[in-house]
Design a protein around this ligand. Structure first.
Ligand SMILES: Nc1ncnc2c1ncn2[C@@H]1O[C@H](COP(=O)(O)OP(=O)(O)OP(=O)(O)O)[C@@H](O)[C@H]1O
Ligand SMILES: [Mg+2]
Length: 482
């Protein structure tokens, strides 16, 4: 029998769902990934030329979990596995594509794909934007069954949106239609769904031994109300978000900080530090810029526009923007050059960012600032216009490997730009400062102007060639190609 799997009643309910989008979520070990793999195989065998895409966040996770499960369920069935592009190919022209979204740019791999069955394993590892984008690839010229099916444990970067999207306000195991007309169903998973009693007993024992109560409730009982691993549990939109700045910017010290990315987003925040009062210092995050695939010069021009009329104490940038390891001029120097050209005299400081201790300190500082002052309001508030920061802060989760630290693979750019700024204000001790040039001073290092020309003090032909060579992009995120 192919697939080689006798589904449990819960798996059957999931697999026979008639909803456009079905979500099998909850406790660990109930057979969620196995059910997705069974769906991948049946959709391909029952329909000629069917394209099934099965997503996990990283290729490594696909190879560890989905790939062996597909092999197991396909057993002796004749298929070809093309390891180069991670595709299972069947003789009727159907394919199962193993797919991943390790970073934001990976989604462009799938921009011309035609997907018929779209499957996500561990959906809470994905952002809603990624889910929505990939759904736009589900299309066909021929009438056929097309659907989106996902599985997940609670508690990761996507916990909040997945819960709101499939679970909140609707009874489980029945189809409902949302305001956009899409039909959805949530199938709750528990470890007792697993058909094998020995597996059930040993796995339940393992989960019961977990000391983290929230994690235990999530993995053992599939509890979606507790968000295991959430870092900023104190975040409350009602008190941390403001619509109107309660004071004048002219009365504050202003700061700006940036997290650099080219394919990943660049995120920039402005923070106003209010004059000290009896309860301490209050901070207001009052502006955000966010976006990707924008060159350093273009960001620098944008920032310069603001800085001209509203000077800040400094612009904080992380350590990687100060290095030229990848073989190009440091990002920070590209900003400096534009600022100097436009007469913007804001110093650029290196946010203490590279080490484990810096990460922990940034987290601790933000916890401190989100707490309530003696006036009853928190030390830090965020303008409602900073939509990326407001989305990001409550979603951040701890790392599985280093439980005291934030997880690596999450959408944390706006957290970074905010905490680089705050930590720079707090530490007031910078390992590097790129100060503005004095008027009339010649540039010290050769640099590239906004038209892409090499400019430098006394640059001869050979020097120019050497510099040009070191500026070839070598595939790092923060390097751009004209
Ligand atoms: N119906 C079934 N019959 C036999 N074995 C099954 C069945 N469903 C799942 N299994 C096996 O049980 C194990 C656990 O299943 P699976 O990995 O699908 O669980 P899961 O719910 O995805 O777990 P996790 O929450 O850890 O991702 C796997 O080895 C899988 O092959
Ligand atoms: Mg699984």
């Amino acid at each position: 029998m192919i697939p080689n799997l006798k589904p449990s009643p819960k798996q059957s309910l999931f697999l026979s769902s008639q909803a456009d989008e079905t979500f099998y979520g909850g406790a660990a070990g109930g057979g969620k990934s196995a059910a997705l793999c069974a769906e991948a195989i049946t959709s391909c065998l029952e329909d000629e030329g069917h394209h099934t895409y099965i997503f996990r966040r990283t290729i490594k996770e696909l190879k560890q979990s989905v790939l062996p499960e597909l092999y197991k369920q396909l057993g002796p069935y004749p298929f070809k596995y093309n390891s180069q592009d991670s595709t299972f190919v069947f003789s009727n022209g159907s394919i199962i594509q193993l797919a991943y979204l390790d970073n934001e740019a990976d989604k462009y791999r799938y921009q011309s794909a035609e997907v018929h069955t779209l499957l996500f394993d561990e959906l809470t590892h994905f952002t809603q934007d990624q889910y929505e984008y990939l759904k736009t690839r589900v299309r066909s010229e021929k009438p056929r069954l097309m659907r989106v099916m996902s599985a997940s444990n609670p508690g990761n970067v996507g916990h909040g949106w997945v819960k709101a999207y499939f679970i909140d306000g609707h009874p489980p195991e029945s189809i409902f239609r949302d305001v956009t007309g899409v039909t959805k169903m949530f199938v709750p998973a528990t470890v007792s769904d697993h058909p094998n009693p020995t597996f059930r007993a040993t796995y339940t024992k393992q989960l019961e031994a977990l000391s983290d109560e929230a994690l235990k409730r999530a993995l053992l009982h599939g509890d979606w109300d507790i968000f295991s691993g959430q870092v900023f549990t104190e975040w409350r939109r009602e008190k941390h978000v403001f619509s109107q700045l309660p004071l004048h910017l002219e009365d504050c010290k202003l700061y700006c900080g940036l997290d650099w990315g080219y394919n990943d987003p660049t995120s920039i925040h402005w923070v106003a530090q209010a004059p000290e009062n009896e309860a301490g210092r209050f901070y207001y995050v009052y502006r955000e810029l966010y976006g990707n695939q924008t060159r350093p010069e273009d960001w620098a021009y944008k920032l310069a526009e603001y800085f001209k009329s509203e000077p800040v104490q400094f612009l904080a940038m992380p350590h990687d923007t100060f290095s030229n390891l990848g073989g190009t001029m440091p990002i920070v120097q590209q900003f400096r050059n534009i600022f100097d050209k436009l007469g913007v005299r804001v110093p650029i400081v290196q946010a203490p960012s590279g080490t484990h201790q810096h990460k922990i300190n940034r987290q601790a500082l933000l916890h401190q600032l989100l707490s309530d002052s003696t006036l009853g309001k928190p030390y830090l508030q965020v303008s409602e216009s900073c939509v990326n920061l407001i989305r990001t802060l409550p979603m951040l989760v701890y790392s599985d490997l280093r439980p005291e630290e934030l997880a690596d693979k999450q959408d944390d750019h706006s957290y970074d730009s905010l905490t680089y700024t705050l930590y720079s204000i707090a530490s007031n001790n910078f390992s590097a400062i790129v100060a503005p040039k004095q008027p009339g001073e010649k540039p010290k290092a050769p640099y590239v102007d906004e038209d892409g020309n090499l400019v430098g003090a006394g640059l001869d032909e050979m020097m120019a060639m050497a510099v040009k060579k070191t500026m070839q992009p070598r595939g790092r995120d923060w390097i751009y190609r004209r």
